[in-house]
Design a protein around this ligand. Structure first.
Ligand code: ADP
Length: 701
């Protein structure tokens, strides 16, 4: 190469170096002085230190004088190593702090330059700025990791939804908590890799949890056994579960056991469990149980496993509540049925929808004489006994008479104690008191009816026998008494006609007459009772002045006592002549006599007896009559029973004789006349009986 060519080549090399896109510099290998550098190199190093403030000023100075942190960052050592070993250096993405641009990144090289003897005399240093590429890559990496985080969140949410959806689907298919629990446990195991999971039901009476279903790893039957029955107080988690609605999470069971926060001897710890979640199952304010799961890895309180278990828990709690309420209802129904089955009254429940008897108790079957199995679930008109009736032509019935009660009940009628004859398929008869009432649903629609039969055949026949006996006894007694009475009267007549009798005989004769009259009176009253019982009690009404009858009764009774002061009080706004009633004279006299004689009898110490009549303009069609004494009175608890036949006050002195028939007849006679009777009394102070009788309307008087 000739010299001129050489000069041109060097000139061109300078220009080329000056405009190269990478920084290039030449260092002295001995003292690391910067000997030459192109423009880019000088501008790149704005991070110089020391006295060299301008880029050009660093030329001729050693690296340590102008490069910030040259020593500490290890750059000087790298230069020295290249200078000593001659091994080139390649550095990628070296981070340099730049004053103007912050952190910058460089790829750089160091190459040794040797002299003819092979000594390293220079180091050529190139640097290229790769900051933009590095930053772009870093951004890409950040975006990538953000994306993968989002992906894992989405994935966790997907798993949670899948578990929840699986459980929700199983709820739609069945409401059996065990089935739903198994589905939930399976889904959690599949999607979240749980090592064990279990569903417990609360037993509030025992304050314990009972295992409903669980999954444990094969060969861990010990874990299954340990889970069967857990008293609330046994574990911290269960203790908390009965008090809180939020899930209980133990992030790392092994760490918790090591820290003494969890029983290190527990089966869970032995199984190597890390994550533990326990979801308390609440339905409103009712603690239904727990859903728990364990994991081989740690879990976070806000992790997807917790939210999946919580979502399942909501469905399971509802299913458990449903099952609990259903079981309670079922046991209540069974209890009610057991009670109904035991009742001596026959009970039928008939359905409006199809006219069948949906329930009959054994007593109903026996009263109706139809086997229980033939009684229920068959529409009335298809019952086999209806056919038996038709074929046998029993009492000409097409329909058994008691069926009418069912039909009336199903038409919504309420029937109280209706005497109903039951003719059994075999021909036997029973007298029942049948009552019925419609049954309504909560929405007010009539769904059926309940019919109750009480077999009163025995009572009825007893009563009939009693009545028959009474009427026979009456007739049989009346004849001898009439004869005794007749002869006593003859004897008395003879005594009056001169056949003198001594005083004892005279007294005996009077007593015979009086007592036989009393006996006749009693027999009459007994006969009245059997007449009333047999509905043969009839009145012979005719217009009578009530005041006249009352005055007559007072006169009758007044002669029987000297101890009492009987007086009449009138409170009438018109002439007493208008007190005309259409009454049976004999019966009304019986009423007045009974009340006045009772007033005398039950005030044994004597005293005032007031008999009153009230007729006021506001009630012109009725008269009130009262009989007031100051005798022994009636205890408050006796008053409701006082008009019942054969009832006598329990505290009565035995010297006050009686049968307990009088007031019963008073009530019957008064009510048969369309009137009312009642009593007011204070024990030890006296009694007032009131009766109200209708008067004839003025046109009839
Ligand atoms: P008897 O007088 O024959 O017992 P009643 O039917 O006339 O039967 O009366 C029933 C019961 O009512 C009596 O036994 C008595 O206890 C009570 N009683 C009736 N009238 C009176 C009265 N004026 N004062 C107190 N108790 C009375």
């Amino acid at each position: 190469m000739n010299p001129s060519t050489n000069v041109r080549a060097y000139c061109h090399a300078d220009i080329m170096l000056e405009y190269m896109a990478i920084g290039i510099a030449l260092f002295d290998a001995q003292d690391l002085r910067l000997l030459e550098a192109n423009k880019l190199f000088l501008t790149l190093f704005d991070t110089h230190q020391g006295p060299c403030r301008q880029p050009e000023e660093i030329l001729g100075h050693p690296l340590t004088d102008w490069l910030y942190n040259a020593q500490e960052s290890g750059i000087v050592d790298i230069f020295r190593k290249v200078a000593e070993t001659g091994i080139p250096y390649r550095g990628d993405e070296f981070a340099f702090p730049s004053r103007k641009r912050g952190v910058t990144y460089w790829n750089w090289t160091l190459d040794p330059v040797r002299d003819q003897d092979g000594h390293i005399i220079y180091i050529v240093h190139t640097v290229s700025d790769v900051t933009a590429q590095v930053l772009a890559r870093q951004q890409a990496e950040q975006a990538q990791s953000a994306l993968s985080l989002t992906n894992s969140i989405v994935e966790a949410e997907r798993k949670r939804l899948e578990v929840t959806e699986t459980v929700a689907r199983s709820v739609r298919e069945s409401l059996d908590p065990e089935h739903i629990g198994n589905v939930a446990i399976d889904a959690i195991r599949t999607h979240f890799n749980s090592t064990s999971a279990c569903l417990h039901i609360a037993d509030p009476a025992q304050r314990a949890l009972r295992l409903l279903c669980a999954y444990t790893p094969p060969g861990r039957e010990d874990a299954m056994r340990a889970m069967q029955y857990i008293p609330y107080e046994q574990m911290l988690a269960t203790k908390q579960a009965v008090q809180q609605h939020d899930p209980i999470t133990v992030e790392d069971l092994q760490a918790a056991a090591a820290a003494g926060l969890f029983n290190k001897h527990s089966t869970l710890v032995h199984m190597g469990t890390r994550g533990y979640i326990c979801v308390p199952l609440w339905f409103g304010d009712y603690f239904e149980g727990t859903l728990c799961a364990t994991f081989a890895t740690t879990v976070q309180p806000d992790g997807p496993e917790v939210s999946a278990l919580v979502s399942c828990g909501t469905h399971i709690a509802a299913a458990l509540a449903h099952a609990r309420l259903h079981a309670t209802m079922k046991s209540e129904r069974t209890r009610l049925r057991d009670i109904l089955d035991q009742l001596p009254e026959g009970i039928l429940i008939a359905e409006v929808s199809n006219g069948t008897i949906s329930y009959a108790n054994p007593a109903a079957a026996s009263i109706l004489g139809i086997p229980l199995k033939d009684l229920v679930e068959i529409p009335l008109h298809q019952h086999p006994w209806s056919r038996i009736y038709r074929e046998a032509g029993l009492s000409g019935q097409q329909i058994p008479p008691w069926n009418f009660i069912v039909i009336r009940a199903l038409s919504g009628e309420t029937i109280t104690s209706k005497e109903t004859m039951v003719i059994r398929p075999g021909g036997g008869k029973a007298i029942t008191l049948a009552s019925s009432a419609p049954l309504y649903s909560e929405s007010g629609i009539m769904t059926g009816a309940v019919i109750v039969f009480q077999d009163v055949t025995a009572q009825k026949s007893l009563e009939q026998h009693k009545n028959e006996f009474l009427s026979i006894a009456n007739h049989e007694l009346r004849t001898p008494i009439t004869i005794i009475q007749g002869f006593a009267e003859i004897l008395q007549l003879q005594a009056e006609q001169g056949h003198s009798l001594n005083s004892l005989s005279q007294y005996a004769l009077t007593s015979i007459t009086e007592q036989s009259q009393h006996l006749t009176h009693l027999i009459e009253e007994m006969l009245d009772i059997s007449r009333i019982e047999q509905a043969q009690f009839t009145l012979q009404p005719a217009p009578h002045n009530l005041l006249a009858l009352l005055t007559h009764a007072i006169e009758n009774q007044a002669i029987t006592t000297r101890q009492h002061d009987i007086h009449l009080v009138l409170d009438v706004f018109q002439s007493p002549d208008v007190l005309m009633g259409n009454v049976d004279e004999k019966r009304i006299m019986q009423v007045f006599n009974n009340l006045i004689s009772n007033a005398i009898k039950y005030s044994p110490s004597g005293g005032e007896i007031e008999i009153g009549v009230r007729h006021t303009p506001d009630k012109p069609n009725e008269a009130m009559i009262w009989v007031k004494d100051h005798g022994i009175g009636i205890a408050a608890n006796e008053i409701p029973h006082i008009f019942k036949r054969f009832h006598r006050a329990s505290s009565l002195d035995h010297s006050l004789s009686g049968f307990g028939i009088g007031l019963y007849l008073v009530k019957e006679v008064v009510t048969h006349h369309g009137g009312r009777v009642w009593v007011e009394s204070t024990e030890g102070q006296g009694t007032t009986f009131y009766i109200v009788l209708p008067l004839n309307s003025p046109t009839h008087t």
